[in-house]
Design a protein around this ligand. Structure first.
Ligand SMILES: *[C@@H]1O[C@H](CO)[C@@H](O)[C@H](O)[C@H]1NC(C)=O
Ligand SMILES: *[C@@H]1O[C@H](CO)[C@@H](O)[C@H](O)[C@H]1NC(C)=O
Ligand SMILES: *[C@@H]1O[C@H](CO)[C@@H](O)[C@H](O)[C@H]1NC(C)=O
Length: 400
């Protein structure tokens, strides 16, 4: 080839690459305002979202649904996969739910994504459940069947980062049947007095990470239900709320195991519980195994460390028959700070299925700047390092 034609080829190739890139960029971003959405907080944008999703879902290359800045009212939406490629949701603005406690389809959640493989949600925006009306009714004793706000079912390879879920009527984020789900720098924001507003709640899902997040709610910051495997929560703040809860377990037959739960470097501020494992009295058998809580700071937490196998919120749990749930291989390591009650460590295990292989080391939980106590049943923990309070009557500084 001559030098000239060589150069010519390079130029041609460059143009081709640039134009392909442009074409991709154009095809990839689907702005909901170009599908009928209006950022006035009133126009129902559900159909616009659905239309953008359908186009994205049919695309053989990855697409991103753009929700630009502004308030977009959404009555309810169900985005069903499977899709031909991965889906991005660039949430720069706010998606706003109705104030009405009942969804148009009352049997399902508000913002639903199902059966998608490869989902990225990002953009710094928020989903707002406008829960106040629902909370007020509930607190006034009205029976409401409230659904979750953002819900994933059978979605795999999910990355959710830098978004806020606020004021849900019920659970903020719920997922089920999911694999490989990561939350990074996610904010949950609901007041302490909002009933049942769990932060992130999951079941029958595996390989989950919650990183660098701030979870403020009226119920559990993280609720870990049966069938959760390999969950890591790191560098995350919890509070207000009810803490991080494994369970409740044993409420229904054939619950799948909970295992591989690792909570590390988290801070609990003013929560009802810190790290908790709870199982129903009586009822059904289940297994919780391999659960580690470490490097945790508690600030004014009512029950900083608690295993409660006598959970009975309904006041009718088989006449105090012991729980059939087996808890084993649990570690509480390096947990420090202040307890709001004197009894800072409660390890109440089942008479039928005593907890086994429970390790407790380096605990320093003070009550009013002074001594705290512990209570134990059906557990013989392996102790190490500092223990304030004394754990299960063991002397201070007991060793493994
Ligand atoms: C998990 O999901 C993320 C986000 O889709 C993806 O980038 C990553 O490769 C997945 N990891 C595995 C092990 O499949
Ligand atoms: C622990 O988490 C906090 C955020 O809550 C973070 O600032 C800090 O760097 C983390 N420490 C380690 C050792 O990862
Ligand atoms: C336990 O914590 C208190 C309050 O933070 C502190 O004054 C005390 O030195 C700690 N004790 C040990 C043994 O670490």
């Amino acid at each position: 080839m001559t030098r000239l034609s060589n150069n010519f080829c390079i130029i041609l190739a460059s143009i081709l690459v640039v134009s392909l890139a442009c074409q991709n960029a154009l095809a990839q971003v689907l702005d909901i305002t170009e599908h009928g959405a209006v950022a006035n907080g009133e126009t129902d944008c559900s159909n616009a979202l659905l239309a953008a999703f359908k186009e994205a879902c049919a695309s053989p290359t990855p697409s991103t649904i753009l929700i630009p800045k502004g308030d977009f009212y959404v009555s309810q939406v169900i985005l069903n996969g499977p899709c031909k490629s991965t889906i991005g949701i660039d949430l720069q603005g706010n998606l706003v739910a109705p104030t009405n406690p009942t969804n148009p389809d009352p049997k399902t959640d508000w913002f639903n994504i199902r059966k998608v493989d490869g989902l990225n949600v990002f953009g710094g925006g928020s989903m707002n459940g406008q829960g106040k009306t629902a909370w007020d009714k509930k607190l006034a004793g009205e029976k409401l069947n409230l659904m979750a706000m953002f819900s994933l079912a059978f979605v795999t390879n999910v990355d959710i980062r830098d978004v806020t879920f606020t004021q849900a009527k019920n659970t903020h984020v719920h997922f089920y049947g999911c694999k490989n789900v990561t939350f990074t720098k996610v904010t949950i924001d609901a007041p302490a007095e909002s009933p049942n507003t769990d932060g992130i709640k999951m079941g029958v899902s595996s390989d989950i990470k919650i990183l660098d997040s701030n979870l403020m709610s009226g119920d559990d910051c993280v609720a870990i239900l049966h069938g959760t495997e390999r969950l890591t929560v790191v560098n995350t703040k919890c509070g207000p709320g009810h803490g991080i809860s494994v369970g409740s377990m044993g409420n229904t037959p054939d619950e799948k195991d909970i295992s591989g739960i690792h909570i590390r470097n988290c801070t609990f501020i003013g929560t009802d519980n810190g790290v908790r494992i709870k199982t129903w009295q009586d009822k059904y058998a289940a297994i919780a195994n391999d659960i580690r809580f470490e490097d945790i700071i508690m600030e004014d937490v009512i029950n900083p460390i608690i295993i409660d196998q006598e959970y009975c919120p309904a006041a009718n749990c088989g006449g105090k028959a012991p729980s059939k749930v087996k808890i084993s291989k649990v570690a509480f390591n390096n947990i420090r700070g202040s307890s709001k009650t004197e009894n800072a460590v409660k390890l109440i295990c089942s008479q039928l299925e005593p907890c086994s292989d429970v390790e407790i080391s380096d605990i320093n939980l003070t009550f009013n700047g002074g001594k705290s106590i512990s209570s134990c049943a059906n557990v013989k923990p392996i102790l190490g390092g500092v223990q304030i309070p004394q754990i299960c009557g063991a002397p201070l500084g007991g060793k493994i």
